[in-house]
Every structure is written in C-alpha cells, then in structure tokens.
Ligand binder design. Structure first.
Ligand code: NAP
Length: 203
C-alpha cells in the first residue's frame, strides 16, 4: 500500500519504519525538511494518492491539521493514532472525554475521511510486530466505515496484532482514556513494553 503518515515524531517514525519493513511505500507528511532517511513531503502531498493515511501528530494539533486537509482526505482511510493529552499543568490529563472524543472531533473536521481509531492504546515501540510472551496483544479499533475498518484490521493483523472492533468512532470515548491506564502502569513500574490483550472465549 501507499501509506502517508502525518507527523514525524516517535509514532510517525516507528510506523514509517515498521510499514517499510513490511514492503509498504511510506511517505511522512511533516513540517520538517528531513527526518533521517525517511521519505518526507508536505502534509498535503503525503495525503494525496495515499491508500491509507495515519494521523500521528500532537493531540492539540490534530483537528486543525485534519481540517486543513479535509479536501485531500475525502474518501481516504484515516487511522487516528492520537490522544487528547494536555500536559500543561504537570501530570497529563485528557482535554476531551465522556461525551465526545478526539477521534470524533477528527471525523467532524474531515467528514469525508473514513476515520478509524487505532494505535492509541500502546507505546510506539510495540506498534509494528509486537513481541510479547503472552502472544499477540489486542489493538482496539473503532470507526463508522466498515470497509475502512476491514482495511485497517488487515494491516494490523499483518503486523502482529489481534484486533477487536469496538464499533463506531464514538468508541474513541473509551479508547482514549485507556491510554492513561497504559501510561499509569508505565509510570508505576518504570517499564514501557506492555500492551493490552482482550481474553475472550472465541479466540
Ligand atoms: N509516543 C507514543 O508512544 C504514543 C502512543 C500512542 C499514541 N500516541 C499519540 O500519537 C500522537 C503523536 O505522538 P508522538 O509521541 O509521536 O509525538 P511527538 O514525538 O511529540 O511528535 C509530535 C508530532 O506532532 C506534530 N505537531 C506538533 N505540533 C503540530 C502542529 N501545530 N501542526 C502539525 N503537526 C504538529 C509534529 O509534526 P512535524 O513532523 O510536522 O514536526 C510531530 O510529528 C500524539 O497524539 C500521541 O498522544 C503516542
């Protein structure tokens, strides 16, 4: 697949390198002139012609960026990896929740994009080909477009994930707080190699 990644931070780079290892053609859409040896472009150029785009920017920049790319993103599968983190007052907190979510705000900013929430409940080091003693961890996803979710689920399974679909994009209301549980375990133990797995009878 031709994959555009918006954001060249930890997540953008981890996904770009991981997808590259799987043979995908990856372009990082960034304001930076260069990001190591990765192929980079302006965000609008990284989106154009992509089969799938991953949103991997700071939560507080997500809505404005996606809104500015709403035209080019029309009809595109947009994987939203962001979390609505606000660390301005010390310990991070979520700047939206309960009755709305960043995933829903991203979908509203680009109504024609086929938004799928994914990747927000795990650290970037495990995002592609996670290796854990308990077997493949679970990536929880949500989104309103079934075909887009099938595409994302296929990409996730190909890159080492068990996938659980929690429903529409409003599932972001439950997935975004899950990132705080992931962070809390890391802070308490000083380790960052953990991931969630949903144990269920049918698997
Ligand atoms: N770090 C993780 O392990 C992890 C795990 C799950 C989810 N997430 C979420 O994934 C997202 C990216 O996290 P990260 O750790 O990769 O962040 P990061 O390393 O701090 O990088 C921040 C990214 O945000 C972009 N950005 C910042 N301000 C921007 C603006 N005004 N307009 C457009 N882009 C802007 C930057 O884009 P440029 O390339 O243009 O500089 C940069 O790529 C966040 O929402 C985070 O909550 C992170």
């Amino acid at each position: 697949m031709r994959i555009g990644i918006l954001g060249s931070g930890q997540v953008g780079q981890a996904l770009a390198r991981g997808y590259g290892r799987h043979g995908h053609d990856v372009v990082v859409g960034t304001r930076q002139a260069a990001v190591g040896d990765l192929a980079v472009a302006r965000p609008e150029d990284a989106v154009r012609g992509a089969d799938l785009v991953v949103l991997a920017v700071r939560g507080d920049a997500a809505v404005e960026l996606v809104g500015s790319l709403a035209g080019p993103l029309d009809g595109t599968v947009l994987v939203d990896a962001t979390n609505p983190l606000d660390a301005s007052a010390g310990a991070p907190r979520l700047f939206v929740g309960h009755t709305d979510s960043l995933g829903e705000q991203v979908q509203r900013a680009a109504p024609g994009a086929r938004v799928v929430k994914a990747y927000n409940t795990v650290g970037n080091a495990l995002m592609v080909d996670p290796q854990l003693p308990g077997g493949p961890p679970t990536m929880f996803i949500g989104g309103d477009d079934e075909a887009a979710k099938a595409t994302v689920a296929g990409l996730l399974r190909d890159t080492g994930w068990d996938v659980v679909d929690l429903g529409g994009i409003e599932a972001s209301r439950w997935l975004e707080p899950m990132c705080m549980a992931w962070v809390a375990h890391g802070v308490r133990t000083g380790t960052w190699g953990h991931a969630f797995r949903l144990l269920r009878p049918e698997v």
